[in-house]
Design a protein around this ligand. Structure first.
Ligand SMILES: Cc1ncc(COP(=O)(O)O)c(C=O)c1O
Length: 389
């Protein structure tokens, strides 16, 4: 009965594990849930108020498919102010979160059999969206710090390659890319003639003084082959509001806007007004979240590395650590899926197995949880790993 498109999909592992952890919690059990891919903060009050005012003003009608002019203008200004990229309003399309923007890209660009290069470890939905659109994900290795390798990307680029997906800071690894790394990837893209989709949703979460460079800011020539994807979801603790956006040349943005007019019509009007305030309003909340995440990151990194069998690379951005846990394997626990099941069953700690990100032998731990929970949860992991010896 179901289409081949749907039958080939694996459900999002992060969402299903999260659901299992929540089910246990509902039964009254204390579960340390480190599977979560969203800030554990409330949406700042100024943004909440902007939404309430929009409701009271009766901003309750369909909006233009690509988003209200006020929001597209705020996004244009955000790109100029923060990313040093000069986009025009008609190059912007607002959608239901960055996930929806990425999905639209796959639907707008891929013909059956077209290939998409994805450096791995990679966020779970990249490959599934490509498959849903009839495309073929082609994974390439990253280096010891999980950074994409330009030579590997160039080698993987074939006639059928339509685009490359870059995501930095990265979910799940926390790795980021320097301007120089980006330049080398851009050279490969220009030489081999493929588009680069640059997913920058974690741009504000960078540590130790690191700064973010947007791929499209490298040059006019590079901007022309780039689709920049971003959202208010992570930066402003607005995951549930579902506002993301993309920016690119008008040939693509117009097509996506037209396509979207037949799928969702337009994103939620009230959430769009909230996003205007997020981008135009005071920005203090972003710095506060960053500070809090940074102290948790340091704690988690240090204490995980002290556990025998667990090896952790220090994340430079986002709010995840991605340790290798192969050193803990024994006769019964032979892979990350079994490890995560053991942790949930015995330690009541929920983690995501690396298999979900094309990286067996690793697990993803989100530190978007309170420091108390992180301390207690890591202690439980330590105790359970000790017993696995
Ligand atoms: C790398 C990456 N891109 C996109 C998204 C989706 O963001 P949104 O909630 O705006 O759809 C996520 C969310 O987990 C993500 O980790």
């Amino acid at each position: 009965m179901l289409s081949e498109r749907v039958m080939g999909i694996s459900p999002s592992a992060t969402i299903s594990l999260n659901a299992k952890a929540k089910e246990l919690a509902k039964r009254g059990e204390k579960v340390f849930n480190f599977t979560v891919g969203e800030p554990d903060f409330n949406t700042p009050e100024n943004i909440q108020n902007a939404a309430i005012e929009a409701i009271k003003r009766n901003e309750s009608h369909y909006t233009p498919s690509a988003g209200i002019a006020e929001l597209r203008k705020a996004i244009v200004q955000k790109f100029r102010r923060e990313n040093n990229i000069d986009y025009a309003e008609n190059q912007i399309v607002v959608s239901n979160g960055a996930k929806d923007s990425l999905y639209n890209i796959s639907m707008a660009l891929l013909n059956p059999g077209d290939e998409v290069i994805i450096p791995k470890p990679a966020w779970v939905s990249f490959k599934e969206q490509v498959k849903m659109a009839g495309g073929k994900p082609v994974f390439v290795e990253t280096d010891e710090k999980f950074r994409p390798i330009p030579e590997e990307i160039a080698k993987a680029a074939k006639k059928k390659t339509k685009y490359l997906i870059l995501n930095y800071p990265s979910n799940p690894t926390g790795a980021t890319l320097s301007k120089n790394d980006l330049k080398r990837i851009a050279d490969a893209a220009l030489e081999k003639n493929f588009i680069v989709v640059s997913d920058e949703v974690y741009e504000h979460f960078l540590y130790d003084g690191k700064t973010h460079t947007s791929f499209a800011s490298l040059s006019e020539e590079v901007k022309d082959i780039t689709i920049t994807v971003n959202a208010v979801s992570k930066s402003y603790a607005m995951t549930g509001w579902r506002i993301g956006f993309l920016a690119c040349r008008t040939e693509i943005s117009n097509a996506i806007s037209d396509m979207q007019s037949h799928s969702i019509s337009a994103p939620c009007s009230i959430a769009q007004w909230a996003a205007v305030e997020a981008l135009n309003g005071k920005q203090e909340s972003v710095g506060k979240m960053l500070q809090e995440f940074d102290s948790r990151r340091k704690y988690v990194f240090r204490h995980l590395n002290e556990i025998d069998g667990i090896k952790c690379t220090e994340p430079e951005g986002a709010f995840y650590v991605f340790p290798n846990i192969e050193g803990t394997f024994n006769r019964k626990i032979k892979d990350s899926v079994a490890f995560c099941e053991k942790m949930l069953d015995e330690a009541r700690v929920a983690l995501v197995p690396g298999e979900a990100f094309e990286a067996p032998g690793f697990v993803r731990i989100s530190f978007a949880a309170s420091i108390e929970d992180l301390k207690a949860g890591i202690e439980r992991i330590k105790e359970t790993v000790k017993k696995m010896k």
